[in-house]
Design a protein around this ligand. Structure first.
Ligand SMILES: O=C(O)C(=O)C[C@]1(C(=O)O)C=C[C@@H](O)C=C1
Length: 250
């Protein structure tokens, strides 16, 4: 395919991004749940409206937008409305995607999944007052998840270019189920779930110099990481692929 992007090279990138995601969860797990971070009435001044997480993410994104973060088609803001323009000279990112892809942003679903389901599965209950560091860690997790899930656009483009005749009838019929079937590889998904659990064991183990002192306690539960991928990351990546393919002939 053009630009040297292949399904294999994209899968390699997804594998590399597993490391980033798992390390980001390990970093967030250093802090307990720290619920005031997410409480809408915890801070209330004219400059900080809503929860601390809401304000800090929104303001950080505004700063990163000025620094050009969202000029890269692989990046998607959580608060896309009224972002300031980039002030950096434009970089010529290779155009691989069909232009309507730019409209797809499922960060709202990623936000809800992260705060309503995932966080409580790996952050211990408690409050240590480190709310600003907690938000900073949350944002690193969210951005890593968002980048990975929206990679579905590239994966879908490559799959389409490899066999347009297979995809076109389902796209024209707007048949989401047929598209979902075409783009699903069960064996790849099983391998992903096993590999991320193994990585969570390797990256999250206690490293000591004393070999016989090996406690099976991990910084993030490997079964949570496997579930994160099986229940949320891969289904959302597939949702992005379906959304992308539905617009592929526009
Ligand atoms: O590797 C692919 O073919 C993908 O589309 C990526 C992915 C994933 O999210 O990891 C999603 C769907 C497939 O069923 C397998 C894996």
């Amino acid at each position: 395919m053009a630009n040297g992007v292949t399904l294999e090279s994209l899968r390699q990138s997804l594998i590399r991004q597993e490391d980033t995601i798992i390390f980001s969860l390990i970093e967030r797990a250093r802090f307990p749940s720290n619920s005031p971070t997410y409480n809408e009435s915890y801070v209330s001044t004219p400059t900080f409206s809503g929860s601390l997480v809401h304000s800090v993410v929104k303001e950080t994104e505004a700063l990163q937008a000025k620094a050009g973060r969202y000029e890269n088609p692989e990046e998607h803001p959580f608060f896309p409305d009224n972002l300031p323009p980039s002030v950096v000279p434009p970089y010529n990112f290779t155009e691989v995607l069909h232009p309507p892809a730019a409209l797809i942003n499922i960060n709202k679903d990623i936000w809800d999944m992260y705060f309503k389901k995932l966080l409580q599965l790996f952050a211990a209950r408690g409050d240590d007052g480190n709310y600003a560091s907690t938000v900073a860690s949350d944002l690193v997790c969210l951005q890593a998840l968002s980048r990975r899930i929206h990679y579905g656009k590239l994966v879908a483009e490559v799959k389409f270019r490899e066999s347009p005749a297979e995809y076109e009838p389902a796209i024209r019929a707007k048949d989401r189920d047929a598209l979902m079937k075409l783009l699903t590889f069960e064996s790849v998904e099983e391998a992903v779930k096993k590999r991320v659990a193994k990585k969570a064991m390797v990256f999250g183990q206690e490293v000591t110099l004393n070999n016989d002192d090996k406690k099976e306690k991990y910084k993030v539960d490997p079964s949570v990481v496997s579930r994160l991928y099986g229940d949320w990351i891969m289904p959302l990546t597939k949702l992005v692929q379906v959304e992308y393919l539905l617009r592929r002939l526009d």
